[in-house]
Design a protein around this ligand. Sequence first.
Ligand code: MSP
Length: 523
Amino acid sequence: MSYTLTTPLYYANDRAHLGSTYTTLACDAIARHRRLRGERVTFITGCDEHGQKIQRTAEAAGFSPQAHCDAVSEGYRALWSRWQISHDRFIRTSDPRHRLLVEQFFARVEASGDVLEGRQQGWYCVACEEFKDDPHESEDPECPIHRRPLEWRDELNLFFRLSRYQQAIEELIRRPGFITPASRRREVENFVAQGLRDFSISRVDLPWGIPVPGHAGHTFYVWFDALLGYLTALLEPDEPVLLDTILQRGWPAQLHVIGKDILRFHAVYWPAMLLSAGLPLPERVFGHGFLTREGQKMGKSLGNVLDPELLLERCGRDAVRWYLLRDIPFGDDGDFQQQRFTDLVNSDLANTIGNLLNRTSSMARKWFAAAVPPAGAGGDDRHPLAQAANQAAEAVNGGLEGLDFRAAAEAILQLANTANGYLNDQAPWKAMKQPAQEAAVAADLYAVLEASRWLAVLLAPLLPELSARMLAQLGQEPFNSSGHGEQQPSDWVVALRWGVLASGAPLPDPEPVMQRLELDAPL
Ligand code: MSP
């Protein structure tokens, strides 16, 4: 089975910010989970490099658009590598191979009779690269998202006959699960109900774009070309560019993850373009919310942008991934709060999960010759912790399949809390004072160590590094969910069986698996 998922292709006008990092981390967790479950995954990310916004940014910086995009996209690549993002493809829409694919796609759309000439008049936001339907009646309308003046446009453009797909799109968006979460689906339904209007797919006098074949002076509207990047990305790097090949390379995608501001492009324009070209439609579009910081929109003018490089350097990957995925319901807007961030990381990861493993393995080492104690009743899959572990695994799998990261993280925490509670109730440190209790203590410690191993296994898609450190403390191999390397994907599924820890196997010297976060200054 093959699973194709995508992040948006990020504009190469500026460096990555926390919003793009958030989407990419979430997709990474999904990709890792699918791989661990044995699916063949194609995880696509990349840069959207054409259009007026990028041309202007490059010119203002004194670079050619190409040189500017080379530098910015290299920055994205380097950042994702530092975050250990496990993408399989990184597409740049200025790649000459992409141009070939766009030309073939356009030829199909034109052959379907869906390209018309028309006059485009309206208010345009260069930052959104979008015409705004209904700016206020003021003389100097602003973009509601960017708070920057809109620009008046009056051009003869090529239009895509979106109006022809009204019924098909209405049916599509009614399909359960196509647009999630439900609140986002309603937004799109309202938009479609107003009646779909043809939209312009070319610009005149915009040199930084792909020329439209047969229409001198026109370049493709950046969104028309950008969405097609998802298709080009699927081709093998050295195979001929033939549109239909994508059908053997993982198209249709199972999932597009995007922010709520670009939902219309993905849930309406994109499917209509694909229908016109006779290509199958993606299965699911998930529109997540926006991140704010301490209650305020992040922006350069406010000087409160959270730099993903700095966050990584000062806090580490596990901490940030945990906070963003565990605390913010995926789909809702979320607020980055530094105090809450440190509190959650310290209490969940350092205390509840990290200390559980640390103190249990210390006791086991001290009383049972630095090895996993004899399992006894602790190895029985009817043990209460075994049952709790199975429930947690079910909830983690269900949560991640449903893109409910919070539910997955909470299930993991619940198992850790249950195991901590069990250890406190059994109080092996008291029981150990009575020699007759040694077997019972061994069984209890075994069960808690085994529960800790399950915690590490279940954390693998969300926090691969913490998972690996925990497994190392238990004398186990880490999971490889990166999509490269030797490990059999089924190893993960096999690991979710009670009793895998071998009694008598040596336990390494305990070391804290999660450093506490101590941030004395604002990030
Ligand atoms: N280039 C287009 C996408 C083309 S896809 C074929 C684009 N790029 S972007 O770089 O501006 O935005 C990328 C993503 O970042 C969008 O999904 C957007 O929703 C998301 N975010 C931008 N600011 C954000 C926050 N403050 N919080 C969360 N996500 C945010 O749009």
